[in-house]
Design a protein. Structure first.
Length: 89
């Protein structure tokens, strides 16, 4: 099933440009804490591309699963760098 022309194609290109920009920032950024927001943006853009490329209910479910998984991954990385869960003794 081909992708529709017009606005959906522009949205896909915008998401792709954002994903590439975020990927470059993740690669080039030296400070790990500054990489994390770009990692999140990159996962949001990839989710948008997945949802826009194949407009099918199963594709929406796959995009949602990717979004949830990448968000949990980003939160786990941020929590680890922040020192994890603090225990009151």
């Amino acid at each position: 099933m081909p992708v529709a022309e017009g606005m959906p194609v522009i949205a896909i290109y915008v998401c792709a440009v954002i994903a590439v920009y975020a990927a470059l920032r993740v690669i080039l950024q030296r400070n790990t804490m500054r990489k994390l927001p770009f990692l999140n943006v990159m996962s949001f853009a990839v989710t948008g591309i997945i949802a826009l490329l194949l407009p099918h209910p199963i594709t929406i479910a796959a995009a949602a699963a990717y979004f949830v998984g990448s968000t949990l991954e980003s939160n786990a990385i941020a929590s680890t760098w922040a020192g994890g869960i603090k225990k009151d003794e």
